[in-house]
Write a protein that binds this ligand. Structure first.
Ligand SMILES: C[S@@+](CC[C@H](N)C(=O)[O-])C[C@H]1O[C@@H](n2cnc3c(N)ncnc32)[C@H](O)[C@@H]1O
Ligand code: SF4
Length: 375
């Protein structure tokens, strides 16, 4: 069982916080899509695992025409072994989802939309440099629900200038639709973004971590009261609506990455394509090695296991840890986790060690103290 990720490397404009790979020029679009189809054909040769999920991420996949989306899906279906009812998600920006696009998408094999709302607050959206406003977002969700029932929205909390009152207002708006899935990310200041530049120049002041935690805490309690399950730090879903694609990543399943900057994982090694549209096209067209590869050491595998275990509701099973990595490594984990159990950031439930609410929010920092170092 595996997932297939297709990276669409175009955006209308650059959001100030984002350092995912994209170009605002659509010039090479045709060549990139035909290269992706070629990459699908190449990567399918000898690939035995059943593909359960296809995920169009970006960049902005909703910028593609339905013909382009269909041609990519067809290439996957024609070349890979596909499960009976694959989850096929498309990330979409609200300003792309007009009625005719939604109609076309609902007639395609796409069966899940992940809409980048980010905020219902126009001040936030301006600061983010988004290409839509809150009115577009509301209309877009109303319209999308006429065509899709499996919809997720992305939100960003911890915005500069936000506070608990503005975040609660934002969240209440998002909860109006009783959606099946909400992904909410704490704003991170990524290198080489406009946001980083503004913060360095003190034009924008980031929020202190404790205030960001207050927003996570408010959201967590509110969403759990409404029967959402926080199955991963940033992911809240109603029962039966967990993202199969993202759960695959966290449960260590294999995935095939297609397109510039995409990553692949075969159970032992991770490889990643070049993050440059022009180089990607020329490499694929010339049948050149278009990715870098890294074999995961035992230590890398342990570190990833800890990282995902702390982020997710599945936690870390001590017996599983011992079986996978041996008694010595399990002892290291137990010894290092003691102080977090005492401070109630980690909780023991029989054989499982999980993060508490606060622990989940701080899971990156906790994980780094539980990691082993490659020698
Ligand atoms: C890479 S984007 C692609 C989706 C789509 N292009 C969009 O913007 O709606 C996926 C999601 O990552 C989140 N994201 C990207 N950069 C982030 C950052 N620096 N901090 C927090 N969330 C971020 C946003 O919520 C975004 O919707
Ligand atoms: S958040 Fe989405 S739309 Fe904005 S730059 Fe990143 S990928 Fe593009």
């Amino acid at each position: 069982m595996a997932g297939l990720y297709i990276h669409i490397p175009f955006c209308k404009k650059a959001c100030h916080y984002c350092n995912f790979h994209f170009s605002t020029s659509l010039k090479n679009r045709k060549k990139i899509i035909s290269s992706m189809i070629k990459e699908i054909e190449i990567k399918s040769i000898g690939y035995e695992d059943l593909i359960e999920t296809i995920y169009f991420g970006g960049g902005t996949p909703s910028l593609l025409s339905i013909i382009e989306i269909d041609s990519l899906i067809k290439a996957v279906i024609d070349n890979f072994k596909i499960s009976k009812k694959p989850e096929i998600t498309l990330e979409a920006n609200p300003d792309d989802l007009n009625t005719s696009k939604l109609k076309e998408l609902s007639n395609s094999l796409i069966n899940r939309l992940s809409i980048g709302i980010q905020s219902f607050n126009d001040q936030d959206l301006k600061l983010m440099n988004r290409s839509h406003n809150s009115f577009d977002s509301i209309n877009c969700i109303d319209n999308s629900l006429k065509y899709f029932d499996n919809i997720s929205i992305d939100l960003i909390y911890g915005m500069p200038n936000s506070n608990l009152i503005s975040w609660e207002k934002n969240l209440n708006l998002a909860l109006n639709w009783d959606l099946n899935h909400i992904s909410a990310y704490a704003l991170t200041v990524e290198p080489k973004t406009a946001l980083e530049k503004y913060i360095k120049k003190e034009i924008i002041l980031p929020l202190d971590e404790e205030f960001v935690y207050d927003q996570f805490n408010l959201m967590y309690d509110k969403l759990l009261d409404l029967n959402y399950i926080n199955y991963e730090l940033s992911s809240f879903a109603k029962k039966g609506y967990f993202s199969k694609n993202n759960s695959g990543y966290w449960l260590g399943k294999k995935y095939v990455g297609i397109g510039p900057s995409s990553h692949s994982f075969d159970g032992f090694s991770r490889s990643w394509n070049v993050s440059n549209n022009k180089l990607y096209v020329s490499d694929i067209q010339n049948n050149k090695m278009y990715h870098q590869k890294e074999k995961l050491t035992h230590v890398d595998q342990y570190n990833e296991y800890i990282m995902t275990g702390l982020r997710t509701m599945w936690g870390i099973s001590l017996s599983n840890l011992q079986e996978k990595f041996g008694k010595k490594i399990e002892n290291h984990f137990v010894k290092k986790s003691k102080k977090f159990i005492e401070s109630k950031l980690l909780i023991i439930e029989n054989d499982l060690i999980k993060t508490s609410k606060k622990g989940k929010f701080l899971s990156d920092g906790i994980a780094s103290e539980l990691f082993l170092i490659n020698r």
